[in-house]
Structures are given as structure tokens and as C-alpha cells.
Design a protein around this ligand. Structure first.
Ligand code: DLL
Length: 434
């Protein structure tokens, strides 16, 4: 039987959901205009008044917001509530520029947690579960966000955070974790350490699913994780700006459900800003319909995806986004050709002899870009004859060439060579200084 957290909302007919969105959008534009000098200025500059927004179609009249706006108004210039109403802050690490700060009212935390309660229920997490939360606790939204969601559905949360992997495995066994939430790359490492300790996730733990996200990962990687560990690997998506981890797939694993009563999504052409139709790949844009402290209007998230409307087999009517291909700013341009790390992963994971750990290294030699793809091979393959390794290297090179249209230098490396990550994996090293 399919379980719902809020069956009425989750299965609501689409026209009713749209009516809710329309009402919320209309009051949102007045709210931001009257509560934030940033939005007032932005609307005035665009020659838009809140009264111009009367229907969902009018959404396209509104100007976009971006991460740069959050940076320019650092720390709290886009907030719509006074400090006394903020019950929590989170912040980005600032590794790719000035950090950004996000804030929540009591109600914002409730809405965020509700979104996760629906999502966790949709993957079968409930009172009988023990969820090990291996996302970082702290300024990152992953740990605390998931934690609240897990508690709301009545499961037990283990706030193990990331790192200290042997202890994680010990806790997994001793407390009987049935789910682990962490980045897919960290889970690969957990699996690796488990094997080293002579433990099998499939046979020696109660783990039944993983809640993996915070970084791009491919369908092929999902297949490998599921085959190697016997668990179901579910995709979870969100960004700190729109709260944190918020949405997952359901047990049908056919796209991530975006709760339409809380968020309004569009996909746009990243070049022209024009809205794209259902099923067309473009940049995800989100308008928050329920947030008080930091509502965002047409926020350009930067991730590339496809929206698919229409009900899911699980009965939920809310729109879905398909697996994120990557971010517009993650795209590498190598010798004029666009390369997404996710495409490389998909090619590699289809070749059984290579392992799950890889890295892309881009250099510029004499004005010419070079792309090296370093990938680990299994121990068995690595101890094969050199000639066998060369055959494999050629096979990987050819597969990458076919898909990417670019020749990459493939380097097969020994198991354990590529650095392991405790959080988001660094898949690309770009030495070009551009
Ligand atoms: O990564 C929030 C999160 C925590 C999501 C735990 C899922 C689980 P940020 O640090 O702001 O927030 O990074 C957000 O990470 O724009 C995507 O580029 C990427 N990302 C997140 N989830 C996925 C996913 C958290 N499932 C940025 N697939 C986003 C692909 C993802 N990319």
C-alpha cells in the first residue's frame, strides 16, 4: 500500500493545486514588495507593481533573482523579517565565492520539515525506521534539515554527521540503521570501508535504503550502489537558498516530487531566460510560495533538469524534476566543447571493469585545453597484464569520445588513488585559471 504524509495535498487535482499557487503568488509579491527594500527596488527598476501579478502566467513578468543577489546583499539584505523572527541561520561554505547566509522563521522550519516528512514517507520511511544522518551538521543544511524530517515522521535519527567512517559502520550495525542519508560519494566510501572490515552491507546490516543527494550522481551510479549493497538508492534534492534538502523521488524512482503548494518551478533557457515547455531541458528556477524570512522570486538555481508534469504512478499529482544533469556553472568548456562531469560518470559506470571513483583534470598546455579522466580500476583488473590494461584504457577512451565528442586522456589508476570525500565530492580539478 502506498503511504502518504498528507494524502489530500499530495494527491490534489492539478487545477486545485494551481489555484493555491496563484493565490500564494499574488500575496507573495505584495509581501516581498512591502517587506524588503531589495525586492521593492528590483520591482521598481523592472517597472513591475505587485498588482500586475494576477495569474500564474504573469510569473514571467517578474525579474529573476540569483546567488549573486544574495552575495551582493550579504548577509541578510534580502530578508523580509526582522532579526527577532529568525530562529535559525545556515550559510554556504563560500568555497566558490563570498558565502551566502539563509535564515528561517519558526514557520519556515515547519514548512521545510513538512516537505521532508512527505518525501520521507514517499520512500517508505516511518516509525519502524532508524535513519543515520551522515550529512554534515552545522552551517550546511543537510544534517539538521534531514534530522528534523526524520523526527517528524517518527523514525529514530542518528545524528552521525559525516566522517569517522568506522564508527558510522559500528553504529549502523549496533543501532540497526535501516536508512542512511549522505552524499552518494560518501556512501561509496562507507561501502568500501565496510568491505575492508569484512562486513557486508547486504548481509550484516539492516540497511534497506539510502537517501543520497547534495551532489550530482548518475542513474548508472545508482544501479551500481543498489547492486553492490542490496539497498534502494533514492535521490534527494534541495539547495540551501530554498531551505535545504526538501524533495525526493518516491518508491517508483521516476523523478523528484516538488511540492507545488510550497514551491513554483519553471525551467528556462539559460541563455535567453525564456520559459521552456514540459519535457525540455533547461535551468531550474524556483519561487518559494511559503517562506517568510527569505522568500525567493524566480530564483535561478543553476541546475539543469527537465520538468515533467502529470501524475506519478504513486498517485501524487505534483510536478517532478528529472535527474539533475549538473549545474550550468559546473559545465566545463574544453576546446569549445561542453562537458558535464555527469556525462563522464554515466559513461564510466557503464564499464564494469572500472570502479566508482574518478576525477576530471583540465589543464591548458600551449593554449590548448586538455582533459584527463582518472578512474580507478578494481584490484583484480589492476593486477592484470599491462597489455590488458591498455586494451581497457582504449575502451574507456573510445566510449568517452563517442558520448562527449572530445578526446580525453584516460588514466587507469590503482584502487584508493582518488581522494575520498566525506561530503560533496570534488570531481573536477580545473588548473586553467579561467
Ligand atoms: O546540497 C542541500 C542538500 C542537502 C540536498 C542534503 C540534498 C541532500 P547546497 O549546499 O546549497 O544545498 O547545494 C545545492 O547541490 O543546486 C545542486 O547543484 C546540488 N545538488 C543537491 N542535490 C542534488 C541532487 C544542498 N540530488 C546544490 N542531484 C544544488 C544533483 C544536487 N545535484
Amino acid at each position: 500500500m502506498i503511504e502518504y504524509w498528507d494524502p489530500l495535498i499530495e494527491r490534489m487535482p492539478v487545477d486545485e493545486l494551481k489555484a493555491i499557487q496563484e493565490e500564494k503568488l499574488k500575496s507573495l509579491v505584495h509581501y516581498v514588495y512591502n517587506h524588503s527594500p531589495f525586492y521593492k527596488k528590483r520591482f521598481d527598476e523592472a517597472g513591475i507593481s505587485p498588482n500586475d501579478i494576477q495569474s500564474l502566467d504573469d510569473l514571467r513578468k517578474l525579474p529573476f533573482t540569483t546567488k549573486q543577489d544574495l552575495r551582493d546583499t550579504y548577509p541578510t539584505g534580502m530578508f523580509c523579517v526582522p532579526r527577532e523572527q529568525v530562529v535559525r541561520y545556515h550559510a554556504s561554505s563560500g568555497t566558490t565565492g563570498k558565502p551566502t547566509v539563509v535564515g528561517y522563521t519558526e514557520n519556515d522550519i515547519k514548512e521545510w520539515t513538512t516537505s521532508l516528512a512527505r518525501a520521507l514517507t514517499s520512500i517508505g520511511i516511518g516509525r519502524d525506521d532508524v535513519v543515520q544522518v551522515g550529512y554534515g551538521y552545522g552551517l550546511f543544511t543537510g544534517g539538521l534539515g534531514l534530522h528534523y524530517g526524520v523526527e517528524m515522521v517518527g523514525a529514530s535519527a542518528i545524528p552521525s554527521s559525516s566522517g569517522n567512517t568506522e564508527r558510522q559502520i559500528e553504529l549502523m550495525q549496533d543501532l540497526g540503521s535501516t536508512a542512511m542519508a549522505c552524499t552518494p560519494s560518501y556512501f561509496l566510501y562507507v561501502n568500501e570501508v565496510t568491505k575492508k572490515l569484512g562486513i557486508s552491507i547486504a548481509d550484516d546490516t539492516k540497511l534497506k535504503c539510502g537517501i543520497f543527494g547534495a551532489e550530482p550522481w548518475s542513474e548508472e551510479m545508482r544501479r551500481r550502489i543498489e547492486e553492490q549493497t542490496g539497498i534502494k538508492a533514492y535521490d534527494i534534492f534541495g539547495t540551501s537558498e530554498i531551505s535545504g534538502p526538501l524533495f525526493t523521488e518516491c518508491t517508483y524512482q521516476d523523478g523528484i516530487h516538488i511540492w507545488a503548494d510550497q514551491f513554483l518551478i519553471e525551467v528556462i533557457d539559460p541563455e535567453t531566460g525564456e520559459q521552456l515547455a514540459d519535457g525540455e531541458r533547461g535551468e531550474l528556477v524556483v519561487t518559494t510560495l511559503a517562506k517568510e524570512a527569505l522568500p525567493l522570486i524566480r530564483y535561478r538555481i543553476g541546475d539543469l533538469t527537465i520538468i515533467r508534469s502529470g501524475p506519478c504512478r504513486c498517485g501524487r499529482t505534483h510536478p517532478r524534476i528529472m535527474r539533475i544533469l549538473g549545474r550550468t556553472d559546473d559545465m566545463l568548456i574544453v576546446r569549445g566543447i561542453n562537458v558535464f562531469p555527469g556525462q563522464v560518470e554515466a559513461v564510466l559506470m557503464d564499464i564494469p571493469e572500472v570502479a566508482e571513483h574518478y576525477q576530471l583534470v583540465v589543464d591548458r598546455e600551449k593554449e590548448l585545453d586538455t582533459l584527463r579522466v582518472q578512474v580507478e580500476v578494481t584490484r583484480d583488473v589492476f593486477s592484470d597484464k599491462i597489455s590488458d590494461l591498455m586494451v581497457l584504457e582504449k575502451k574507456v577512451t573510445k566510449a568517452l569520445q563517442t558520448v562527449l565528442n572530445i578526446s580525453a586522456r584516460v588514466e587507469l589508476v590503482e584502487p584508493g588513488t582518488i581522494p575520498r570525500s566525506m561530503g560533496k565530492a570534488q570531481r573536477v580539478i580545473d588548473n586553467r585559471n579561467i
